[in-house]
Design a protein around this ligand. Structure first.
Ligand SMILES: Cc1ncc(COP(=O)(O)O)c(C=O)c1O
Length: 430
């Protein structure tokens, strides 16, 4: 959807100069908007123990992470490098959740030593852990209302989590190893805007937790509902009703666990920062082929979602073209990669874009820059942050040739034993 009116209004007087001085493309994020979303989530849970752990993978930039941390958010990490980043911005102990997939024992050990809350993706992972964390949590495979998501896969095909039917056994194994405190995790939805659907999926997770609690006589310290709350990418789409979701969650937990108040954890990324970012690019080519093509100076290396997920929509506007100022034309908006899927929009009606126009691609605040790559030597752009005080900070510079080639061995280094030292090289024709 279009950026918030407030962000657009604060960008309007500065964006032209910024584009001139910084050069396009770049992502720019609205710190005030992100923090407001975080605070609204916390407020919705009222006095129920609740912590939102921002999914680092969505926007792994210290300037954003440290602001969220200072506002009381935790950080959800999915790899050792994300754990390092969380530590670097000052997150300690239970300010960090480690929810990963296909993970080796050393990574769980690193998370345990950091004091993070750990989600085990599979009982085999727990079995290989030399020491147990203080609280043992398993991720439940998508089931019930969460099953069938194309992003996560249903219980049968998903690579994520413990199938519901195996949960009791998994927790029993943890008990047998001496675990006394427990959590449970379910990534109950993916980019879900319908609070009703998210509530149904949350209910299934709570039912699974209640079943395990009863079977084993344990109490859960926390229920982690994961991330996956959606945002309205298209104009006119309704926003996720978070207050309704929070109220329903409180209610279902009270009913399932009378007399106790398991903490609610969430790991939202997209919902917190997604709408508060814009990719700013410039039109560099206008072509009439069988289709009308608008070529930008940004490529999917800066935002891969439209190319990666079929039908994924990002709203596009031309901030300096007055409404009704130019006749609308149906165009494809493309980048420069040697890939036909490098299109930010297909069959999009825009006010006749011209070379030199600035373009906003909306909702790039989560899984945008972070999913970028450098294929074709089209390097990742800068990230800017509009601070709460109205200052614009460069929080990541644009990549350069030196970054692109930084890991190369221009003078190749011999590694390991040479083949001829281990076995004779067969003669030619042998
Ligand atoms: C385990 C887990 N938690 C949280 C997230 C964040 O998802 P979102 O940004 O859609 O909220 C993801 C996304 O891949 C995830 O896999």
């Amino acid at each position: 959807m279009p950026v918030s009116e407030s962000f657009a209004a604060r960008l309007a007087p500065i964006i032209g100069d910024l584009a001139e001085t910084c050069g396009t493309p770049f992502h720019i994020y609205d710190a005030a908007g992100m923090l407001a979303t975080h605070r609204a989530m916390v407020a919705a849970f009222g006095d129920w123990p609740f912590r939102q752990y921002f999914a680092v993978k969505a926007l792994p930039n210290p300037a954003v992470l440290s602001r969220l941390l200072a506002a009381g958010s935790g950080l959800d990490c999915s790899s050792p490098v994300e754990l390092q980043l969380a530590r670097a911005v000052g997150a300690r102990g239970e300010q960090v959740v480690f929810t990963s997939n296909n993970t080796v024992a050393e990574e769980y050990a690193a998370a345990r030593i950091a004091g993070a809350l750990i989600t085990f993706d599979d009982p085999a992972h727990l079995a290989r852990a030399e020491h147990l964390p203080e609280v043992v949590a398993f991720r439940v495979a998508p089931h019930g209302a969460a099953a069938g998501s194309t992003l996560m896969g249903g219980a049968g095909q998903s690579k994520f989590g413990v199938p519901r039917g195996q949960l009791v056994v998994a927790y029993r194994q943890a008990q047998a190893r001496g675990a006394t405190r427990f959590g449970i995790h379910g990534m109950t939805c993916a980019n879900e805007r319908d609070a009703g659907a998210a509530i149904r999926a949350a209910r299934d997770l709570v039912a699974a937790a209640a079943e395990v609690a009863e079977a084993l006589g344990i109490a859960f310290d926390y229920v982690n509902f994961g991330g996956g709350l959606g945002i309205p990418y298209r104009p006119g789409e309704a926003a996720f009703d978070f207050p309704a979701y929070a109220a329903a969650t409180r209610e279902m937990l009270s009913a399932a666990f009378p007399g106790s108040r398991p903490r609610v954890l969430m790991e939202c990324g997209r919902y917190v920062t997604g709408p508060h970012g814009v990719l700013v690019a410039r039109v560099v080519n206008r072509m009439a082929k069988e289709r009308q093509i608008v070529g930008l100076d940004a490529s999917m290396s800066a935002l891969m979602r439209p190319g990666f997920y079929r039908g994924a929509y990002h709203h596009i506007t031309l901030p300096f073209v007055a409404l009704g100022g130019r006749a609308p034309v149906t165009v494809d908006v493309v980048g420069s990669l040697c890939e036909n899927i490098d299109r930010f929009a297909v069959d999009r009606s825009l006010p006749d874009p011209r070379v030199g126009d600035l373009v906003y691609i909306h909702d790039t605040g989560a899984h945008g820059h972070a999913m970028g790559f450098t294929y074709n030597g089209r390097l990742r752009p800068a990230e800017l942050l509009l601070t709460e005080a109205g200052e614009v900070l460069e929080i990541r510079r644009a990549e350069t040739f030196a970054d692109y080639t930084g890991t190369l061995r221009w003078d190749p280094v011999a590694v390991g034993p040479a083949l001829h030292e281990t076995s004779p090289i067969p003669a030619a024709g042998a």
